[in-house]
Design a protein around this ligand. Structure first.
Ligand code: TMP
Length: 196
């Protein structure tokens, strides 16, 4: 089984690319499961609702622990039991490093301990689809803004720079893709890096 994660700030087009890669892999006779984070389990989706609902004024520590509660369910009930050839993850623990670590200034060391504590496997390959914060939000102009999205430009610039640093520190598995390219160009870039 291969685990491929997709990371990036809001509006970079992760979900579109995951759908295209899923179709490509299935055409090549591979079995594929797709999970999104936070979510993709019964309890994880409820935790997601709390995390994104702007009527809750959650502290950063609560936000981190809820992310890991949802992740623990996903990892232990689904990811670590999967028999699919490929798992495509719409965000994984790198998102906690970028958003809660770099963005909310919580301890990277603690986040890495939580990753070990819940038995998170490491992705075989991670795509960081990178665009500027301005471009990302311009693409979401018609969407309702959720609790995390309302955190402001400074926060998202910290998250974006955090992701770039995480990718640089994990060159063995990270590929950075310019998210300003067309959907087809990005898809072609992604499949060039998949060795089926
Ligand atoms: P999305 O799946 O629609 O992008 O929404 C998930 C939101 O949660 C997004 O704003 C990123 C955020 N997030 C974190 O802050 N930390 C995490 O660990 C994960 C998985 C997501």
């Amino acid at each position: 089984m291969k685990i491929i994660s997709f990371e990036g700030i809001e509006g970079v087009g992760k979900s579109t690319q995951i759908e295209l890669l899923k179709k490509f892999l299935e055409k090549n006779s591979k079995s594929v499961e797709v999970f999104r984070e936070p979510g993709s389990t019964l309890s994880g989706e409820k935790i997601r609702d709390i995390l994104l609902d702007d009527q809750y004024d959650l502290s950063s520590k609560t936000e981190l622990l809820l992310m890991f509660s949802a992740r623990s369910e996903l990892v232990n009930k689904k990811i670590n039991n999967s028999t699919a050839d490929y798992l495509l993850l719409d965000r994984f623990f790198d998102a906690s490093l970028a958003y809660q670590g770099y963005g909310r200034n919580l301890s990277i060391e603690l986040i890495n301990k939580l990753v070990d504590f819940i038995d998170c496997p490491s992705p075989d390959l991670s795509f960081l689809i990178d665009i500027s914060v301005e471009e990302g939000f311009a693409r979401k102009i018609n969407d309702k803004i959720d609790r995390i999205e309302s955190s402001g430009y400074d926060f998202f610039n910290k998250v974006r720079n955090g992701y770039l640093e995480i990718a640089k520190n994990n060159e063995d598995r990270f590929i950075i893709i310019n998210g300003s390219k067309t959907v087809d160009e990005i898809h072609n870039n992604i499949i060039q890096n998949i060795d089926i």
